[in-house]
Design a protein. Sequence first.
Length: 229
Amino acid sequence: MKAKLHLLWLSIALLCLMPSAWAQTSPDAIESLSQFLKHTQSGRAQFSQVVMGPSKADQAPRRKTSSGTFEFQRPQQFRFTYQKPFVQAMVSDGQWLWLFDADLNQVTMRKQNQLLGQTPAAFISSSGDLKALQAEFNLKAEPDSEGLQWVRATPKQSDGAVQVIRVGLKLGAAGASTATNVPVLTVLEIVDGLGQTSRLNFQNFEANVKLPPETFQFKAPAGVQVIRP
């Protein structure tokens, strides 16, 4: 599998110490994550992604960048569309997951419940129940940094594909929700089993938008090879 397709998988396979000195009116990071899950039922944003390989003594880490758009709707519907530097898409209707690579001229179909178990996608498109999330991940609040609140999530039964997920949330961002001070998903970091780090930065996040049903449906372009289970 090409490295760029592997990046797409890492992105989706795509939410979710010691107390910091926050203001008394600010919730802690775990509560912020709970509020995000509870009050944000759908959303869309642009994203930029940087993937860095593990550091080596004799060379600087390799960096690969990409960008695109992201939409989701609970429960478990989402679309990642990579636009630069190559065209790819990952689409889920809640039952099936389609992986499209324009360069390979190929679409792969998989049963969603066989792939998502303990992945970043669970944070983004889960039912909104923090307790259900805690059944899959050990969650820990980290100190504020970069103007964000952070939650560190470690899979309870990791298969080695994902070591750690870090979620950066921003309080009270414009357009986040009609509710006051509802957090917005701003950064998602994934460290895989090989030590490779993938960081997604979300911009122009719009919460609770009405998304048409076809957003989460995928129709293979003419002439594209479709690989079915």
